[in-house]
Design a protein. Structure first.
Lengths: 423, 198
């Protein structure tokens, strides 16, 4: 019996201890976290979400909520640090991330990154150790928000699956910056000489090279996520809704004719987008070829606008339920279900890749879900997954969530254990 | 901090050097003060002399006190092979290996629109002229594998290939004595890409 239990426990990343220093509204805090479920209960603006954010920051070196890193440092303090001790694949590990404020600047200066006690120069080293999946109310932006939310979501998952993707993303970003500057220079010169053409071509090639790697990685991810998301969505809707995802080349938007669409795919679903599943059959070189053609076509406009208009930094994903756009036509309830379906698919993909469940961070989302969805969500997790849940009240929680949960109260940046008898 | 004016000025000047912070600048300034007057004059003289005498070689753009430079006039060097580097310090690194017996061409930078560097700001036209005028059989591009380096390589290849010259780029891979296990992913991927038969 004990052996089976141990084996099950080995199948989830498990945080043991979270140490915070001057992180947002926290002073110095050391919070032991148990296996299974931990519930943080407290009024609004007491630091519940900050606690989950700290864990995400320790796992990735960046925050999805902070506009700038300096926001993570408590008011009036010079430095913040987060240290998380956890167990992964049966080994004890530790990640540490600290940033200090530079005098007089909103930008931060020194960063300190340590993985298992070894210092690294880049926060990139953190990726792939403390893997988490966060569910938060702002995730609704995945459906309702702009394309940037969906791009960031996809790229974030790819990074956790394959940390080396970071180099592709940063090379691509550099190419776009360099290319934009060149476009600006050409715009100011007022004419494009042959030598300029050649130089632009060089940056086009680079853009197509790194851009196609990004498109390919995103499309592959979508095809991996779709079956899981589809199953869950169909379940939530009582087998009535079928989920589809298209990769949208936004540079093809608003075109009269889609020559390239025809050149590229057998079954384009629209003028500017291609079903992820059919696009996935295309090789990186073919996608690079498509990007190059689009670049050539938009050259004049790019110079006029001094901006790179073609490439994955502008692309999007269009989600459709039974053939119609989820952004425009889905009801609030449908959109909520869809976010849940996407997140569950993300969780499953990361679990499959890591060989064990990531830590789940549920930020104030459970209370918004009805009993049926709460149960379904629970069934989508592996039972041994470590889950940290924040909420303002326990009413509305399905009893399963409260079973063997450790409960803490959070007030003004202090975390305290709550006696179960008092709840 | 209270320094008398001439000392403060010296510290300021040292601090303008790359990689020199306030602490090192201070240490360097105090070192200068501890030297004998002759040594200080020698140091100042060396700085002025280097600045006045060292120029870009008009042929290969390497730094040298003579024009054409020592490598360009050396009869023993193979003029059929030109190794292209971004900066003189890259040339020095290659020379240290004593493996390369050809001649060089220093670009004096890499294509980078952000720094206002396009082909016209680099010695690219001169390179193309050299390849056209001299009997060059191979151009080796010893250029860093960065976004700007790759762009420069693509651009040079585009110009040089039509001249019928063989254009190669140095291989990227694992450091000698290095450990496969500790190599970063990109280096490893590039090394895999550039593998060859043993």
């Amino acid at each position: 019996m004990l052996e089976v239990e141990q084996r099950l426990k080995a199948n989830a990343i498990e945080i043991k201890l979270v140490r915070l220093r001057n992180f947002r509204n926290y002073g110095a805090a050391a919070v032991p976290v148990g296996a299974g479920k931990t519930i943080l209960i407290g009024e609004n603006a007491q630091g519940k979400s900050n606690f989950l954010e700290a864990i995400e920051v320790a796992g990735s070196g960046r925050s999805r909520r902070a506009a700038q890193d300096a926001d993570l440092i408590a008011w009036g303090e010079k430095q913040m640090s987060v240290e998380v001790s956890f167990r992964r694949l049966g080994e004890d590990e530790q990640v540490f991330f600290a940033i200090s404020r530079q005098p007089g600047a909103s930008r931060v200066g020194g960063r300190q990154v340590k993985v298992n006690g070894v210092s690294h120069s880049s926060a990139r080293a953190l990726i792939g150790h403390l893997v988490t999946v966060g569910f938060a109310s702002q995730d609704l932006n995945l459906i309702r928000g702009g394309p940037a939310y969906r791009r960031e979501w996809m790229d974030g998952i790819i990074l956790r699956l394959r940390p080396s993707f970071h180099d592709v993303l940063s090379s691509y970003a550099k190419v776009v910056v360099q290319r934009n500057r060149l476009l600006k220079t050409l715009y100011e010169k007022g004419r494009v000489a042959v030598a300029d053409q050649d130089q632009l071509l060089v940056w086009d090639r680079q853009l197509a090279r790194f851009g196609s790697q990004i498109v390919k990685a995103r499309v592959r991810l979508l095809t991996e996520l779709l079956p899981g998301a589809r199953e869950f969505q169909s379940h939530l809707s009582g087998q009535k809704e079928r989920l589809e995802a298209d990769y949208v080349f936004r540079s093809l938007e608003g075109r009269e004719e889609s020559e390239d669409g025809q050149l590229l795919v057998a079954e384009p679903t629209g003028r500017d987008c291609l079903a992820a599943e059919s696009l996935s059959r295309y090789q990186e070189e073919e996608i690079a070829g498509l990007l190059s053609r689009m670049l050539k076509e938009r050259r004049g406009e790019e110079i006029a606008r001094r901006q790179t208009l073609v490439g994955p930094h502008r692309d999007d994903v269009s989600l459709r339920l039974n053939g119609v756009s989820a952004v425009t036509f889905a009801s609030q309830g449908q959109q909520r279900s869809l976010v849940l379906a996407l997140k569950v698919a993300e969780l499953r993909r990361l679990t499959a890749a890591a060989g064990e469940s990531p830590v789940l961070l549920l930020d104030d989302v459970l209370a918004e879900l009805d009993c049926g969805r709460q149960r379904l969500l629970m069934s989508a997790f592996s039972p041994q997954a470590q889950t940290i849940i924040t909420t303002t009240h326990l009413a509305g929680f399905e009893p399963e969530w409260l079973e063997d949960a450790t409960i803490y109260s959070v007030a003004r940046g202090e975390v305290e254990a709550v006696d179960r008898g008092r709840v | 901090m209270y320094f008398t004016r001439p000392l403060a000025k010296l510290i300021e000047e040292f601090q303008k050097f790359p990689g020199v912070g306030p602490k090192s600048a201070q240490r360097m300034a105090f070192h200068v003060l501890s030297l004998t007057p002759e040594s200080v004059r020698e140091l100042a003289g060396a700085i002025v002399e280097a600045k006045e005498k060292v120029r870009h070689c008009s042929h290969c753009f390497n730094l040298s006190a003579q024009d054409p430079c020592e490598i360009c006039v050396n009869e023993k060097r193979d003029r059929h092979v030109i190794c292209v580097v971004a900066e003189p310090r890259d040339l020095i690194a290659l020379e240290r290996t004593r493996e390369f017996r050809g001649v060089y061409h220093v670009l004096t930078g890499l294509i980078s629109p952000l720094e206002g560097k396009g082909p016209d700001q680099l010695s690219i036209r001169e390179l193309v002229n050299r390849v056209g005028a001299e009997q060059v059989s191979e151009v080796i591009l010893a250029i860093n594998p960065t976004v700007e380096g790759d762009a420069t390589v693509l651009y040079l290849n585009h110009l040089l290939k039509p001249l019928g010259v063989k254009v190669t780029r140095i291989a990227f891979g694992l450091p000698v004595g290095g450990d496969l296990e500790y190599a970063d992913d990109v280096t490893l991927a590039r090394a895999m890409e550039g593998r060859r038969e043993v």
